[in-house]
Design a protein around this ligand. Structure first.
Ligand code: ZN
Length: 286
């Protein structure tokens, strides 16, 4: 099953069309795309048997999971990326927060502040069942589905100060693109081995596989849940493969264009990057 936010309404894919869940369920499930994760098992059971003639919805795609209570991100979770970052391979997941105000959907316009914004394509996990102190072999049982994310990163902000503080430099407006849809785990032939890549105006920047994750999806759910309670509808950005701009010589950062992030079996998440408008100085006494 593919779940989308179509014109602000919860929808499930039927071929090239989208079924409007609120209408198709006669109001049993709300149109709010976030609310469904609170009733995930009930929704799965209902969605398995949607009538062929169910009402459709069309319109622009929005953020598929627009209001997670927690938006957790993992750093240095691919071996080659840790090496290009000149940091040790972690023994424990490197955890930080991204903030909800930075979420944006497919096809949105994101302004690049001057000073070096980097790209990080990431597999994003959507939690479907509350998780606390879950063993690694049960991690997938708590996952509703997978989607594509970008962890846009203003490196200058991320690395300033006496200790690195990832969260703020990765949470500027539009710095957490998400989409195009949430895909449930049984849709993948091997959910632990998916091609992941991103490109800017057609030039490939990153090209990896999620089987190279140091901490796999099930391991991350387990390790995070040692401390946290993960709630339905929470997001985990699982880390980025090698190929970021900061790891290049010379360093490279994003320029205006179409940034396309793709994961096998989920699809393309495209955002349009533009330069932030330069503020004219306000003349005094005007
Ligand atoms: Zn990241």
């Amino acid at each position: 099953m593919r779940i989308g936010n179509v014109a602000g309404r919860l929808a499930i894919a039927a071929g090239d069309e989208w079924v409007d869940v609120e209408q198709a369920s006669a109001g049993r499930f709300a149109a709010d795309p976030q609310a469904v994760y609170e009733r995930w098992d009930e929704f799965r059971a209902w969605a398995a048997d949607v009538p062929a003639g169910a009402p459709r919805v069309s319109g622009p795609l929005g953020v598929p999971v627009p209001a997670p209570r927690q938006l957790i991100a993992i750093g240095l979770n691919y071996r080659e990326h840790a090496i290009e970052s000149k940091l040790d391979i972690p023994e424990h997941p490197v955890v930080f927060a991204k903030f909800q105000s930075s979420l944006t959907g497919p096809d949105s316009v994101v302004e690049l502040p001057s000073g070096g914004v980097d790209w990080e394509v990431e597999l994003v996990v959507v939690i479907g069942r509350e998780a606390h102190q879950v063993p690694a072999e049960k991690g997938w049982d708590h996952v509703a589905g997978l989607t594509v994310g970008q962890d846009l990163s203003w490196r200058e902000v991320q690395t300033r100060g006496p200790a690195p503080q990832f969260s703020l430099g990765k949470s500027y407006p539009g710095f957490s693109p998400l989409g195009p849809a949430v895909v449930t785990p049984e849709e993948f032939a091997d959910k632990d081995d998916l091609a992941i890549r991103c490109s800017l105006d057609g030039e490939v920047l990153q090209d990896g596989r999620t089987s190279d994750l140091i901490f796999s999806v099930s391991e991350l759910v387990s390790r995070l849940s040692e401390a946290l309670t993960l709630y339905p509808g929470d997001l985990i950005y699982t880390g980025t493969p090698k190929g970021v701009g900061m790891g290049r010589t010379p360093r490279r950062f994003l320029t205006p264009g179409a940034l396309v992030s793709s994961i096998e079996g989920i699809g393309d998440l495209t955002i349009n990057l533009v330069n932030e408008p330069v503020n004219e100085p306000v003349s005094e006494g005007a």
